[in-house]
Structure formats: C-alpha cells, structure tokens
Design a binder for this molecule. Structure first.
Ligand code: PLP
Length: 384
C-alpha cells in the first residue's frame, strides 16, 4: 500500500441500494441523486461515475462548484440541479449556457437569471423554492404574488421547471406535526400557482427520510442522499420500515470501507502514559501499534480513547488522543501483529463489521457529518 489509507467504494452495493429505492418508491417518481458534500465523502467524480452506470439521470448538488464537477463527469447524460449557493455575477452564465437547473428563493437571483438568459438567448431553468415552515431558504408568502407575475411575464426566458420545498427533520417522529403542516402548506401553494396558470413540471420536496416516512411527499421527484450510500437517516426511519415488513432485514448496503495498515508496533510498561498528555495510562504491560490516520484525514478527535478499528480480524480500541496524522491502538492480545497488517477503520474484516454508524454512536455524530469529513485527499478506489 502506497498511501497511508484509502477508501474502497463498492459499486455492487450501490446497485443493491438503487434497485431497492427504485422499487420502493411509487412508479414514475424521478430519482435525483444528492451528491453534495463531495457525494457525502464518497468523491463526486468516483461516485457519479458509479451512479451513471446504474442509469441515474439526475443529480442534486449544493453549489455551483459541485455542479461544475458533476457536469464534467456527466456531460449531457444527466441533469444537474443546484439546491443552494451560486454567485449571481460569476456563475449564472455557465449555468444557463449548460442548462444546469437551480433553486430560486430570492428575487435577486431571478432577476439576475433573467438578464443572463436574455443575453445568451437561452432559457434559465428554475425551481421555485417556497417557505413551508423550515424557515431556512424559500420564498415567503408575501413574495409569491411577485414570483407568479415574474414567471408569467418572462416565460420566454425563464422555464418554471419545479416547485419545491424542504422538510425540517422528517427523520424524527418528534417533528410529525410540523412536517404535516409543511405538506399542507406546500399543497396550498401548489394550488395557488396552478390557479394562476403556472403549473410546474416537477413538484418535489422529499429527502430520504420524507420519502420513506411520508410517501405522499414523493410527488414527481425525490432527492435522495444518505440512503443511496447505504445509511438510514435515523434509527427511527429504519424501525418504521421494519414495521411494514415481515422480514427484518436491512435492504441497504454501505459503499464505503476505509482501510489503512499498521505503521509500527511496540511495547509499553505498566504505569506509562501513552501519547500527548495524560488521557491514557497503561494499567498493565501492553503492546500498542500506530496507524497513520488522524483528524487531518477526517477521523474525528472525539474518537480519542473510544474509537474502534479491526486488525487481524479482531476489534481493537484506540487509546490516547487522536493526533493530526496518526492514532495509537492497543493490540496486546494480537500475538502475530506486524507492520503492514491491514487496519479497517470502517468496513469488514474476517467476520467483524465496523460501520460508520456504530462509530458515530461513540462520537455522538451523525453519519452525515462523519462521511463528509472524510478528507478529499484520501484516494478512493472502486471495487466491482
Ligand atoms: C441534503 C438534501 C437532501 C437529501 O437529504 P438526505 O437526507 O441525505 O436524503 C434533499 N434535499 C435537500 C434540499 C438537501 O439539502
């Protein structure tokens, strides 16, 4: 192994996930693959390539930079949609030229898009995002009249492709009432647009959790992030799914494994501290090894003294604090351990599994955060 660690992406696991999701969703619902955050840490370039092979035709990103990266891989083979940030002055020309679609939740973005569309003689393809109760982005009720007039007046330059919103925590039953209100509010707004002879081609609102917990939110398109990578948005969503099935078997499979190798092995005497400071003292004579992965690579410092790794088919404990580029692991009971042995940080070894979820339980982090923290510098290798 040349690198201190690498990430393996299992293309077969993706096929399993996408097949399950497509079958589970209502017929005719378009699947948009959400690849923001460097495809949840998987690498936009590598992941989009895998998704294209499974005939995914629609990708959602957060910003224009991600859109450019996706577009460089897909060319005209797929639609790219920006859900968040773009720069009105610097990005719109490229966006409209390449028929990249984007959310609009402010007047300024629409007027800027209109000017660029006129200049290029090409339509801007917009998704009007409306406020339904999350209170993040989205046009407020007071703006809707203006938006409707604008769309009507500028039909030649602005294509009203979508009407959309986003839910404030569909993965938790605690938010049930708020989400239901959002669904109602969205329907009212949709009818209001239709009454003005403005019928969007696509109605969309659902992320993974909403699509699973509130099937009525699937509408014309679902924007699926976390589940396509093999993770449930929350344990509640998984339990909710199990409650509808006789076979309690997780249909999703994780794509990512994170592997490194033992850098060095040595002995430490009872009573000695290990690593910086005094967070870990050896309470017996022990054997330790160093693994060349640290917080600079995305292995959270909050896993100090609690992280687990797999070596020689056994679960081992991280001791002391996670350093910038390495960690120390106790391996007293591994008789044959030597430099170069495989270390699994996420994934399987022999019959043992270490999931991002289980290691995020220790660190009290969400899968989302842990995945996106994986450094972009770690090589990603596709396993077929
Ligand atoms: C991230 C995101 C999604 C996807 O969410 P998942 O929970 O990963 O499925 C959908 N819509 C918007 C607006 C998002 O920001």
């Amino acid at each position: 192994m040349h690198n201190n660690s690498y990430l393996e992406l299992d293309a077969k696991a993706y096929k399993i996930n996408i097949d399950f999701l497509r079958k589970h969703f209502q017929k005719g619902v378009l699947f948009s693959s959400v690849v923001k955050g460097n495809a949840y840490g998987h690498s936009i370039e590598k992941f989009v390539g895998i998704a294209l092979e499974e005939n995914v035709k629609h990708f959602s990103v957060f910003d224009s930079q991600e859109a450019r990266r996706v577009h460089a891989v897909t060319g005209n083979k797929a639609t790219v949609m920006i859900m968040g940030w773009l720069n009105n002055e610097e990005d719109l020309e490229w966006i409209i030229q390449n028929q990249v679609e984007f959310f609009a939740f402010e007047r300024a973005r629409l007027t800027a898009a209109l000017a660029v569309a006129k200049k290029l003689g090409k339509k801007a393809i917009v998704h009007i995002e409306v406020e339904t109760g999350m209170n993040r982005t989205g046009f407020n009720a007071a703006d809707l009249r203006w938006v409707q007039d604008f769309l009507q007046k500028n039909k030649d330059f602005i294509e009203f492709k979508g009407l959309c919103t986003h839910f404030a925590g569909a993965e938790s039953i605690a938010n049930y009432y708020r989400i239901k209100k959002q669904i109602e509010r969205y329907d009212e707004i949709y009818k209001q647009f239709c009454a003005k002879d403005l019928k969007p081609k696509q109605r969309h609102a659902a992320c993974s959790a909403a699509a699973m917990m509130y099937p009525e939110t699937q509408m014309d398109m679902v924007r699926i992030g976390i589940m396509q990578y093999g993770y449930w948005p929350s344990p509640e969503v998984l339990v909710n799914y199990y409650n509808t099935k006789r076979k309690k078997e997780d249909p999703l499979k994780r794509l990512i494994s994170w592997k490194s190798s033992v850098m060095s092995v040595k002995k430490v005497k009872r009573g000695e501290f290990v690593g910086y400071g005094t967070s870990f003292m050896a309470d017996e004579n022990m054997k330790i090894c160093c693994v060349p992965v640290g917080y600079a690579h995305g292995y959270s410092r909050s896993l100090s003294n609690i992280g687990r790794v797999l070596i020689n088919g056994e679960r081992c404990v991280v001791i002391g604090s996670i350093n910038m580029n390495m960690m120390v692991v106790e391996v007293t009971f591994l008789e044959n351990i030597k430099r170069g042995d495989e270390v699994v940080l996420i994934g399987t070894q022999a019959d043992k599994v270490l999931s991002v979820s289980s290691f995020s339980d220790y660190a009290n982090l969400l899968n989302y955060e842990l995945l996106t923290r994986l450094s972009a510098d770690i090589p990603r290798i596709i396993k077929r």
